[in-house]
Design a protein around this ligand. Structure first.
Ligand code: UDP
Ligand code: MG
Length: 317
């Protein structure tokens, strides 16, 4: 019998844990030919979340809990969940019931019967978010898509991953991990299902604007060299201005308008400035290379082969 594991990262969700568990069980009732496991990853909650998880796991052997020593962040909670899993497919889902559990059967159907390796929940529209937050989010997705070449619009962490994808994800050697981005990077046959995010049942979002900014920055840095490329572009722009300014200064000098020594100072400044910019941009391109080598992502990921025995070491990574 195939096993499906729910990976539920949570931080201070004491009111939602039981509710989530009950609503999930209701949804799963109809799907009896599968085995389930619910793994709560407590990302350093300071309320009674862990006690709730312990109680649930005492009552129901399908419930497991993993507790972090402090708050390490949702990304790491998801990673911990994936590392300890041995299921045939995992479903990463929020515990605050904003990801509709009612869609779980549809996710499973797409995986079990339609052969998708990844099923992703995509937000139909952003709800009850301030204008500022939605403008920021949209600009972030625009930048991310343009710079990384991966389409992440309105993607969420609500995802089903086949065992193969989980293994490929875990095998990526880089340390800085951005769950959604890396799943998109891996590729695999993916089905996206739209959902309208529900209202938070209780509690508040635990992301501050500062955390969101740092999340956006680190995910952009993981997937593009835009800041490094910017130095090269700047150095070219500077060169154009330097040439214009240099020609103008020389012209004034020849015509005799220039103050004594002025042209020399200007030209020296421009030469030094441009040389530094060019040096930086060339260092930048080496750093980009080093960064690539350090991340050590495989050059390709193979999802299927006609003859499984002929496995190349990189196939399943
Ligand atoms: N979460 C977590 N660690 C954190 C912050 C959040 O595990 O440091 C969990 C949280 O309990 C919830 C999920 O991640 O289950 C999504 O967080 P939240 O609802 O605060 O964010 P939003 O829904 O606004 O994206
Ligand atoms: Mg939420």
């Amino acid at each position: 019998m195939k096993k499906i594991e729910f990976i539920v990262p949570l931080l201070n969700e004491q009111e939602n844990i039981r509710l989530f568990y009950q609503s999930l069980l209701t949804e799963l009732e109809g799907l009896s030919c599968l085995q389930y496991q619910i793994t709560y990853i407590d990302d350093g909650s300071t309320d009674l979340s862990w006690q709730q998880i312990e109680q649930l796991s005492d009552q129901d052997s399908r419930v497991r809990g993993v507790r972090f020593s402090r708050n390490f962040g949702k990304e790491f909670a998801i990673e911990a969940g994936l590392r300890q899993s041995d299921a045939d497919a995992v479903i990463v889902i929020d515990s605050d019931l904003q990801h509709p559990v009612a869609m779980v059967p549809e996710f499973i159907q797409a995986w079990q019967h339609e052969g998708y390796k990844v099923v992703s929940g995509v937000k139909a529209r952003r709800q009850k978010e301030s204008k500022l937050k939605s403008v920021l989010a949209n600009s972030y997705y625009f930048l991310f898509n343009r710079l990384s070449g991966l389409a992440l619009d309105q993607m969420t962490d609500f995802k089903l991953l086949d065992r193969q994808v989980v293994q490929a994800w875990l095998a990526l050697p880089e340390r800085e991990r951005f769950f959604r981005g890396l799943v998109a990077w891996l590729g695999y046959r993916e089905k996206t299902l739209e959902f309208v995010p529900l209202e938070r049942v209780s509690g508040e979002t635990s992301w501050s604007l500062r955390q969101l900014f740092s999340y956006a920055r680190s995910s952009l840095v993981s997937f593009s060299y835009a800041p490094l490329k910017l130095i090269s572009i700047l150095s070219l722009v500077m060169l154009v201005f330097a040439v214009l300014l240099g020609v103008q200064s020389l012209f004034y000098k020849i015509m005799g308008y220039a103050e004594e020594g002025f042209t020399t100072v200007i030209l020296t400044q421009l030469i030094i400035g441009c040389s530094i910019m060019f040096a930086l941009s060339s260092i930048g391109s080496y750093i980009a290379r080093i960064y690539d080598e350090l991340k050590a992502r495989p050059h390709y990921v193979i999802s299927e082969q006609t003859t499984p025995e002929q496995q190349d070491a990189r196939v399943t990574i």
